[in-house]
Design a protein around this ligand. Structure first.
Ligand SMILES: [Zn+2]
Length: 105
């Protein structure tokens, strides 16, 4: 077995990453009719980056936060993200880009 200097680098702690999620969000019409849809991205931080902290306990267990491509834009913890798209007074609706019905709205 040959030894090699190209062994995998030690696991570097990733403070931040972002992943493109397979869905988009859109403001519900009563908030803004012309609002473009935003691709949802998942970020990871080692601090609570939720813009709704203070509006109820945040889900900080996994350190994951939902936002858009704008790295400096607002982020929501999973709890507040789901409340924002499924809650009774939700400002956003979740759009599945593969759902043909959402194209005809
Ligand atoms: Zn939160």
């Amino acid at each position: 077995m040959a030894t090699s200097d190209s062994s995998p680098a030690p696991q570097k702690r990733q403070d931040e990453f972002f992943v493109k999620m397979p869905f988009l969000i859109e403001l519900v019409p009563e908030h803004d009719r012309d609002r473009p849809r935003d691709q949802v991205y998942l970020y990871r931080y080692d601090h609570n980056a939720c813009e709704l902290k203070g509006a109820g306990s945040c889900d900080t267990v996994a350190g994951l936060y939902y936002g858009t491509i704008d790295k400096f834009g607002g982020k929501l913890c999973p709890r507040h993200f789901y409340e924002s798209v499924f809650g009774p007074d939700r400002p956003y609706t979740l759009i599945d880009p593969n759902d043909k019905a959402s194209d005809t709205l």
